[in-house]
Design a protein around this ligand. Structure first.
Ligand code: HEC
Ligand code: HEC
Length: 481
């Protein structure tokens, strides 16, 4: 770990690699920022760091997983990946309507399954989409006959609730040095409604592609006080940045939101994932997601049984354990001069003011759904490249920006949680695609950055105004994460 102040103009002869950073574009009257720059090879997640860079990089247990934990990890992994079917006797139950047929169908290799948005223009004619489609009335209320998630799949004999269709409007922009880039603005419509149809002007519809499972245990072991302190401090008026916390009440307890694209959940949503994403009933959500739909009552008449829980609390804790015990891939190519330069550019462009490089986990580690404690996750210095806070990401780019008009807890339509960037450079190897941002509208890392508006505008412009060589270096750095 090297520690230095950005404006402190280090002895350049001693640190030639930092020379350009100390002198370029920083003389703008800002306060000295005392930032910790992880020295490349620093372990991404302390003792949970693994050194795998294959398609299994997100999906391997941390080294400390052994004995009974090893057994439970494998149980959890199985439950997570096993293809479920509607027969709830043997294969655990699914549907009647659903969005995915296992956790792993959407989070393949504990990552982001390639969504069908681009290849099929939406939900696709068959198979699944790996996306979650949230719908609500313009006033934020849910549609009674659909609920919060539009389930675009269904078991045999039942109709999916509807299908998502996406169309893109393309616009070409130019970097000051003449290089072109293109952004695509998605417009979503819903077709094939199973019952009452709602017109586009009656509803908000927002789409999410899955999130990578890199560092779930570390995220759950974060000290809320450290995140709240960041929110109190993360105020950089010179760059228009001020993150804030989301809070949600779950099981009667008000907690800091950490997971999800709007930090709208306090835990790893195992119970909700089983219920809402797959139609798998459990102790927390014992009712079928589409309870009350006429077609489901017909389903019961077809001999399907809905009166038994599809997954037990113990099983769900194993899934929680599986996710929290996953190793976090170490960085790669840390000695490559282009990557080293790109790391400096990352700080110069102020990316680190939101994509915070270093955080710490609380001493006691994390606690799973049923109370099992994972002390190994405690007292670790980690490099998630996120502050886990909400930021206004703007509404101006192509007339909409990243605003999806969808409120989640305290998060407004234009607010998003800073996506942790650890492991991002392996997404292509793990999942075979480079779609980024909450709805996969960015087809590569450059587009992902160029969609940053609002609080991200100044940072985006610092990147935009760099030379091509420097932009390429910054991207090479992201790919080393
Ligand atoms: C239909 C596809 C789909 C299925 C099935 C699915 N997920 Fe997800 N998952 C998503 C999407 C999309 C998000 C992002 C949701 C959001 O931010 O609103 C997500 C987010 C998450 C997150 C938050 C990650 C983070 O970085 O904050 C966790 C944890 C998670 N899912 C676990 C699960 C588990 C466990 C299951 C199975 C019980 C599951 N998911 C099933 C699509 C899916
Ligand atoms: C104001 C806070 C802020 C700043 C500054 C910022 N980001 Fe982000 N970044 C975010 C948020 C919030 C998201 C999630 C947006 C979404 O999904 O719609 C995000 C998403 C991303 C993603 C997509 C991640 C994924 O897996 O989908 C990348 C890549 C990224 N940022 C890189 C950068 C880089 C590089 C910089 C500096 C040039 C930067 N960001 C500056 C807040 C910020």
């Amino acid at each position: 770990m090297m520690k230095y102040g950005l404006r402190s103009c280090l002895p350049l002869t001693l640190l030639p690699l930092l020379a350009c950073m100390a002198c370029d574009g920083l003389g703008d009257g800002m306060d000295v920022l005392d930032v910790e720059v992880p020295a490349g090879y620093a372990l991404s997640a302390g003792t949970s760091t693994n050194f795998i860079s294959s398609s299994k990089a997100y999906d391997m247990p941390a080294d400390w997983v052994s004995g009974q934990y090893d057994f439970r990890f494998n149980q959890g992994d199985g439950l997570y990946d096993d293809v479920r079917t509607s027969d709830n006797g043997v294969t655990g139950g699914l549907g009647p309507v659903y969005a995915g047929y296992s956790c792993g169908s959407c989070h393949r290799n504990a990552g982001r399954t390639k969504p069908t948005l681009w290849s099929e223009g939406g939900s696709g004619s068959y198979g699944f989409s790996s996306m979650l489609v949230y719908i609500s009335r313009k006033n934020g209320a849910f549609f009674q006959d659909y609920g919060r998630v539009l389930h675009d799949q269904a078991i045999y004999g039942v109709k999916p609730e509807g299908k998502l269709k996406v169309e893109y409007t393309y616009q070409t922009f130019e970097f000051p040095d003449g290089e072109k880039y293109e952004l695509c603005k998605p417009t979503y419509t819903i077709t094939d409604w199973y019952a009452a149809e709602y017109k586009p002007e009656e509803l908000f519809c927002t789409v999410r592609i899955p999130l990578r499972h890199v560092g779930m245990g570390q995220m759950m072991a974060l000290d809320p006080k450290e995140i709240e302190a960041l929110a109190a401090k993360s105020n950089y008026p010179e760059y228009g940045i001020s993150g804030r916390c989301n809070y949600i009440t779950e099981r009667g307890v008000l907690s800091l939101g950490l997971s999800g694209n709007k930090a709208q959940h306090a835990d790893l949503t195992v119970e909700l994932g089983f219920s809402s994403d797959m139609g798998v009933t459990n102790s927390r959500y014992p009712e079928e997601i589409c309870e009350g739909q006429l077609q489901v009552n017909q389903g019961s008449m077809m001999g399907l049984s809905y009166d038994q829980l599809d997954v037990s609390t113990e099983e769900m804790e194993d899934v929680d354990l599986y996710m929290q015990s996953l190793g976090v891939p170490a960085r790669r190519n840390v000695n490559d001069p282009q990557v080293i330069k790109g790391e400096q550019k990352f700080y110069e462009a102020k990316c680190h003011l939101c994509h915070v490089t270093t955080l710490h986990t609380r001493p006691r580690g994390s606690v799973l759904l049923n109370g099992t404690r994972l002390p190994w996750l405690g007292n670790q210095t980690i490099h998630p490249y996120s502050d886990f806070l909400l930021h206004d990401m703007g509404s101006e780019i192509m007339g909409v920006g990243l605003n999806d008009n969808y409120v989640s807890g305290l998060a407004r339509g234009n607010e998003w949680r800073t996506t942790p960037l650890w492991g991002i450079g392996l997404q292509e190897i793990v999942n075979g695609h480079t779609y980024f941002l909450h709805d996969g509208r960015a087809r590569n890392l450059v587009e992902a950055i160029m969609w940053h508006g609002g609080e991200g505008e100044a940072s985006k412009n610092l990147f935009k105004n760099m030379s091509k060589e420097d932009r390429d270096a910054l991207i090479a750095f992201l790919n080393s994460l």
